[in-house]
Design a protein around this ligand. Sequence first.
Ligand code: IDP
Ligand code: MG
Length: 144
Amino acid sequence: MTDAPRTQRTLVLVKPDGVRRGLAGEVLRRIEAKGYTLVAVELRQADEALLTEHYAEHAGKPFLPPLVQMMASGPVLAIVAEGHRVIEGFRSLAGATDPTLAQPGTIRGDLARDWGRPVIENLVHGSDSPQSAAREIALWFPAL
Ligand code: IDP
Ligand code: MG
């Protein structure tokens, strides 16, 4: 099975909470089971500079400092996945930002919960638009 030409790519991160809980493989499994292709997979310790850039759209929000701190608290699994409509497709696999409300069947709905901490721990990041995907892939995987 192959995709049409000019297919899409997205950046997925298994956040430190997901790596710590041993769910990196489960996220990869769901991406592959859905039929998307893995282009890059790398375990990375992100620093604050990279994370502040990654979350530039959230500059000034009260949850940004604890978010960056949480994202730097351990390694993340950085993934580039490819396929027709993979950006919205992975967002659909991930489920809603709030894991309490995320639908069962989604990564966040099945595997994450709200622990009442300053940052919502919801296991995964996925690019939210073609513009975000291009920016984020260039940031995390400049060689691609
Ligand atoms: P997304 O990851 O579903 O795209 P965004 O709104 O881009 O959600 O927020 C980035 C991340 O910041 C979320 O995944 C979550 O970990 C955290 N976050 C978002 N909103 C809040 C909030 O209101 N309080 C605490 N943490 C938040
Ligand atoms: Mg987002």
